[in-house]
Design a protein around this ligand. Structure first.
Ligand code: UD1
Length: 415
């Protein structure tokens, strides 16, 4: 079915193991290209963004096999350095192939990436950093043409801690002479996972997870295996759903520290939360109270990707929850859809005010981006009657099977 059909009103109960993180898997897949190695990634989510990354690797000449959560890539046969527009358009993270292409071949021909529309999403920081490392890059309309006679070590200070720029520059540095020192780097856990993988591949890299990352030297190894870290945004989504619907849900094989800010908000809203080293249990009576203002920030602040699911969880919470979105300029499109269910949400620039209502009523809704789409699913679970969510392809970009997971917890959802 192209749409999800949800009959709300049931509490959620049960245990769930999470798949590997999309935002870790995509840079890891791009990293495989930088080497001639054979790589095996475990717990790789079966989502359309991973399929798109694999299609790019195949186009470039790599042998790629996907089966049962394992993606095996043999990058030894990579033989071309162009990526056609139709592959670039599939996702924003396609731009992460620019650094590896320069590292491996010294040349890259591609176009501006597509992906969820969350406001302007420039790549100027990626290009500026690569130029500083010795790449000549021209941008002609949508087309990016890059070449280098050899990347060199240097210090790059990012004006803001862009996740993608941090990853692209780290990956380009695998092919550079000397040491790259990256200042004001993004500190997301997915970047620490990338470092862990690159070390296995033979890279001399340190500092990931802090603001200063250094990459100096790379002695490729022929075969590497890596298990991708669990998806903290999927974890946050499931917990927001359970908080709003009521019930008791346990997530296994997660690192609660990776989404502690989300847990803090849910706890303020009235949920009982117990964490262990690699598990979290949330209990909720479904009667939430508005948590303190939620302000999205680069990690370790509140993640912008968890803003839509938490907003959905607050639609019936007593009082007014205030959200400030600091990362993207247009990330409240889910709020317009919430209003169709009877929600009281108003937007003033970067700030959204959500005043809890007694009752939401099912209606046809349309997803317009990945996490906003997941938030509509949560809102549908809260509504009385039937809600329909169209354009599920956005949700499939980052959730392996949200219907399977929610049904396993007792939700009445089909799709
Ligand atoms: C990554 C995540 C995405 C998450 C986001 C912020 C992946 C595959 N995607 O996206 O899920 O929402 O981090 O946590 O990991 N910016 C510039 N110039 C640049 C690059 C970024 O101005 O060259 C701006 C962006 O427009 C945005 C902000 O920096 O306003 C953050 O973007 P960035 O951290 O780069 O996000 P992505 O890597 O695209």
């Amino acid at each position: 079915m192209d749409i999800f059909c949800i009959r709300g009103g049931t509490p959620l109960h049960g245990r769930i193991a999470l798949h590997g993180a999309k935002n870790a898997a995509l840079p890891l897949l791009a990293a495989t290209l930088a080497t001639g190695a054979r790589c095996e990634l475990h717990d790789c989510p079966d989502i359309s963004d991973v399929t798109a990354a694999c299609a790019i690797l195949r186009h470039l000449g790599c042998a790629v096999e996907q089966h049962g959560g394992i993606v095996a890539v043999d990058a030894g046969s990579a033989c071309r350095s162009d990526i056609p527009a139709e592959l670039m358009r599939k996702m924003r993270a396609a731009v992460l192939f620019l650094g590896p292409l320069l590292a491996r071949f010294g040349t890259a021909e591609l176009s501006l990436p597509g992906g969820c529309v969350l406001g302007a999403r420039p790549i100027d920081l990626h290009l500026r950093g690569l130029r500083r490392m010795g790449a000549e890059i021209t941008l002609d309309g949508e087309h990016i043409s890059a070449r280098t006679d050899g990347l060199h070590g240097c210090t790059v200070a990012l004006p803001l801690p862009s996740v993608g720029a941090t990853e692209n520059l780290i990956l380009a540095a695998l092919g550079c002479r000397g040491t790259l020192t990256l200042c004001n780097a993004a500190r997301e856990p997915e970047i620490a996972d990338l470092q862990c993988y690159l070390r296995k591949l033979g890279a001399d890299i340190s500092g990931a997870g802090t603001s200063t990352v250094t990459v100096g030297g790379f002695r490729p190894r022929p075969f590497v295996e890596h298990t991708i870290m669990p998806d903290r945004i999927v974890a946050a989504t499931i917990l927001c759903a359970a908080a709003a619907c009521g019930g008791e849900v346990e997530l296994q094989d997660v690192d609660p520290a990776h989404f502690s800010t989300v847990l803090d908000s849910l706890s303020e809203a009235g949920c009982a939360i117990i964490t262990a080293a690699s598990a979290v249990r949330l209990t909720s009576d479904g009667q939430l109270t508005a948590p303190r203002p939620v302000v999205t920030q680069p990690y370790p602040g509140f993640p912008t990707d968890a803003q839509p699911p938490l907003m959905a969880a607050c639609l019936r919470a007593k009082g007014t929850t205030v959200f400030t979105e600091n990362i993207f300029t247009n990330r409240y499109r889910h709020a317009e859809e919430f209003r169709r269910l009877g929600a009281a949400v108003s937007i003033e620039g970067r700030v959204a005010y959500v005043t809890g209502v007694e009752r939401l009523t099912g209606a046809p809704l349309t997803a317009s981006d990945l996490r906003g789409g997941a938030a509509l699913v949560i809102a549908g679970l809260l509504a009385q009657g039937t809600a329909y969510i169209g354009r599920r392809e956005y949700i499939d970009r980052g959730y392996e099977d949200i219907v399977r997971d929610l049904r396993a917890l007792g939700a009445r959802i089909k799709g």
